[in-house]
Unconditional design. Sequence first.
Length: 515
Amino acid sequence: MIKAREPEPGRNGRHTHNYMTIGDVAEFLHVPVTIEDDPLTPELLASGVSVDSRQVRPGDIYVALPGDRFHGIDFVGEAARRGAVAVVSDVPTSILPALVVDRPRAVLGPLASAVYGNPSRDMDVYGVTGTNGKTSVAYLLDAALAEGHRTTGLITGVVVRGPRTNHPGLLTTPEAPSLQETLASFRDQGVDAVAFEASSHGLAYGRVDGTYLRAGVFTNLSPDHLDFHPNMDEYFRVKASLFRAERCRLGVINIDDAYGSRLAAQIAIDMVSVSTADPAADFFAAEVQAHARGTAFTLHSPYGRFAVNLQLMGSAQADNALAAIAAVAATGNNIVSAIRGVEALSGIPGRLEPVDAGQPFLAFVDYMHNAAGQRTVFPFLRSLTSRRVIAVIGATGDRDPGKRFPLGFTAGGMADIVVITDESSYSEDPAELRAPVVAGARAARAAHVVEQPGRAAAIDLAIGLAEKGDVVVVAGRGHSPTIVSGERSQPFDDRSVVRAAILRHHPPSTQLPTG
């Protein structure tokens, strides 16, 4: 009999792991345990869930999922050697006590939630979905809740952060076992409110299943990930699934977006609307002003009228802050504290993040990776200068090829100089990746277009071209610390590369006063 690992008690005395027996799991899944010759099998304790045989720990249930190239059942032996007490799969095995289900991924989220003690029901969880703005809204939610004396946890593709947790985010939405274990760990740390990103991949793969939301936020929807989703209707359907009544109590919906209006008309849960265009919305941001020091607007809400002054730059941050304030206030938290919280947030990694090494021009790193994001960011950058906007852009490999030409076309129509280079190419040829982006930029017939292989060389070129009063933006990767080519991943931080290029081309001894 395999002994489950001993969990460490959390600050509030509860344990991360809930300890279900294999018999409990079989009852939960409504299937029998296929090894019945061992009378101890139903009493084995399960204390965790894993989908990766290499990460199994003693006491885990190993969920063996079918994949494109391999089936997880092929690695059940390794899972057993590492201490798995049972396997859940659609394929039987005699190596471990097996619980055979038709669709193992469909049960993964609810099973992980049950094993970890349904942690989302012990706190207020806020999920954010949409094409653009998810990370920013999650950060703003975290800031708004913390200012109201909530103990918060944050789960994003940038960072996973709690009172005793702080590490980089690996996926926008973690796999279900990781998400549930993180929520349980947060609960044990005394967290009572969590903000997380719910990506379309995460929703489609059931990573959010088993998570109960106090509120879900919908930001917007525009063409993206159409290599994964067959069309926009399916993309919308997946995003809308976050707001199903069995897992979400309240929807906070941006009705300025066409898909947001569609969602608002069809969801069957309580809803509040947010808008920067429609005064009839429940939460309305009027008189939005985006400038070099931040973003300001007047908030009209059921709780009164308030001036909001953000340190975050770009008009999109008015939309994001509006959604965060609405979600926090509509779930019973003080709106004044929420406003103070979003106003105190000084920056979000890789989201119009300024790089200032004393140079006589503005430089930013931003995550904008599609035409919709560009249409929001470039007008703001244009408003900051009477001189030139210089952009470094590229397309990611093994991703939706349909957005590459529009990416170039939009940048080519909105910037003065566009330097087209490489991002993570994965299995694709970087030159073939650049080609449709270059074609799009040249088709706009507005900007000077330069194709420069090698991202560091392209950044160096753009910074070298910059003159006093210009604005430079390095777009597409934001906070990402690595770049991938083929099977090789190497460290690459746009912010560090931009700073180094500035110091190389515009060293402090040669910089002119900017005042």
